[in-house]
Design a protein around this ligand. Structure first.
Ligand code: SF4
Length: 315
């Protein structure tokens, strides 16, 4: 690995919530263009084909666990984000790693933890296209790893040429996480301009068109972060891309890690509605029924019984 890189701090014009770094604000606005932010972030977290990493580790996601490279930098500033502070600051403990070094780090973790899955996390993996594509080439040739998850907010994959570049990699599985169902909801939760709301849906269209392995997630299960109206709008927007994506949608709750709570607090969310349970690291939460139940075609016995009663009593 290379030595810690000393780069100038990103131009961070503080937004309405000083704890949430909304750099690249347009004058008179607290929102930023996420594509422009990705460009500036890339200049800070990448150098040629190398990208800044904080560490390599393992999590229990995807059933059999996944070896993870923790990257620096993202092009959104989601209020519920649980990525570490490396998301905003590219300076602390940063190591510029080549694709070969990343593969080495991931393989070491994967073999030790007996998993053949890998991914990048803690930031946006599609920032630093050259780095990601070279890493995917190495993963493709590697005999041990069987799957590489590109977990993305979809902003940069709205560029079809990027999706075309991903197409040859058979081990790649793209997971797009939707943050909002309306331009206002998207902007409020990510800090990005309302005009950038269609970008992840554009990405889904390209990914579907080019036949990449794909799943879609949305932060839509918790009514505190997505009301019914926004949830319906999200579903209808997604149905315009592909109705099957609505049925397969992986809906998520906000996981209240310490750093997420800090970000939520600074963004003015009503934290008192979280009920802390002593000792447990999770907090009691309320949620909607998952949308996929629509696809189950289950018979409701109570409604059937009411219909029978209606027939008998003639009401
Ligand atoms: S939740 Fe994901 S997309 Fe949003 S700021 Fe965090 S790392 Fe970026």
């Amino acid at each position: 690995m290379s030595e810690a890189a000393q780069a100038p701090e990103p131009p961070c014009a503080r937004g309405p919530h000083p704890e949430v770094c909304h750099f690249l604000e347009a004058p008179g606005s607290s929102a930023f263009d996420p594509v422009e932010l990705a460009r500036v972030t890339e200049r800070v977290v990448c150098d040629g084909n190398r990208r800044k990493y904080s560490r390599f580790g393992h999590t229990y996601d995807y059933f059999k666990g996944v070896a993870t490279g923790y990257v620096y930098g993202c092009c959104l500033r989601c209020v519920f984000c649980w990525a570490s502070s490396a998301r905003d600051s590219a300076l602390r403990e940063a190591r510029l790693c080549s694709p070969e070094e990343v593969l080495e780090g991931i393989l070491e973790v994967a073999r030790r933890r007996r998993t053949t899955f890998a991914r990048l996390s803690d930031g946006e993996p599609t920032i630093g296209r050259e780095h990601l594509l070279q890493l995917l080439e190495l993963v493709e040739r590697d005999e041990y790893l069987t799957r590489f998850f590109v977990e993305t907010n979809g902003v940069l994959l709205s560029d079809e040429s990027y999706v075309r570049d991903l197409k040859p990699f058979k081990k790649v599985w793209v997971r797009v996480a939707l943050k909002g169902g309306t331009p206002e909801g998207w902007s409020r939760k990510t800090g990005a301009t309302p005009e950038s709301f269609p970008l992840p849906f554009e990405a889904l269209r390209h990914l579907k068109k080019h036949g990449l392995g794909l799943s879609v997630a949305a932060m839509s299960l918790d009514p505190r972060f997505m009301g019914i109206h926004e949830r319906v709008m999200l579903v209808s927007e997604l149905a315009r891309v592909d109705p099957q994506m609505v049925i397969d949608l992986n809906e998520e709750m906000v996981v209240p890690y310490g750093i997420s709570l800090e970000r939520l607090r600074s963004a003015g969310y009503p934290m008192k509605r979280y009920i802390p349970i002593p000792v447990l690291w999770r907090f009691l939460q309320v949620g909607y029924h998952p949308l996929r139940r629509i696809g189950k075609k289950r018979i409701s016995w109570s409604r059937t019984w009411n219909a029978i009663k209606g027939l008998i009593t003639g009401t």
